[in-house]
Design a protein around this ligand. Structure first.
Ligand code: FES
Length: 197
């Protein structure tokens, strides 16, 4: 069966030409990729990293699988952030990395090398935990350190937040004891400047 077109260009030739063009295109994009791509870095075994934790320079030895939470708890005895959920869905492991809240349970320690970590331990004299106490915003207290860090980060960005904004801003933190109403009161009191004493 003839596959020639009216211009004398066969289907087979067309396919062969397409393949050659695709191959050429592939080589070209590979060459471009080689120019611009960053070679992946493979890390195995223990690696020494330096970082700042609560204002102090620290060195840690971590494996690729070591989470920020495990590093904080087992190398620096900072146990305020809690291992409630490995995927961070509870918010109990909230810490700040360069001022931004992250879930330490789902953050690899290697990824925070050179960064500044703030944990709830450094907020002991902050107005946020004081407001939690004054408004009875905890029961078992297991979620509280994560809440305190999250509230601190939220208020740094939204000092004049409304109740709706507060609820939306803290929706990544879960309290099994159900202290949400009191947490809200505590944060509202901070927005109103009632915790300055
Ligand atoms: S106070 Fe118990 S989980 Fe929040």
């Amino acid at each position: 069966m003839s596959q020639s077109t009216s211009k004398g260009f066969s289907r087979r030739e067309f396919l062969r030409g397409s393949s050659a063009a695709a191959a050429a295109s592939s080589v070209a994009s590979t060459a471009i990729g080689q120019d611009t791509a960053v070679a992946p870095q493979v890390v195995t075994g223990e690696t020494s990293i330096t970082l700042k934790i609560n204002g102090e320079s620290k060195t840690a030895k971590v494996e690729p699988r070591t989470t920020l939470l495990d590093m904080l708890r087992y190398q620096f005895d900072l146990t305020a952030a809690k291992p409630v959920s490995a995927d961070g869905s509870s918010g109990a492991s909230t810490v700040l990395v360069d001022g931004r809240p992250v879930m330490a349970s789902s953050t690899l320690a290697l990824s925070v090398a050179g960064k500044e970590i703030t944990t709830c331990e450094s907020l002991v004299d902050d107005e946020v935990p004081r407001a939690f106490v004054e408004h009875d915003a905890q029961q078992c207290g297991f979620c509280t350190p994560g809440f305190v860090v999250a509230v601190r980060a939220f208020l740094n960005q939204h000092p004049d937040a409304t109740e709706e904004q507060i609820l939306a801003g803290l929706n990544g933190n879960i309290c099994r004891c159900g202290t949400y109403a009191n947490v809200l009161q505590a944060v509202v009191s901070l927005v109103k400047g009632e915790q300055n004493g």
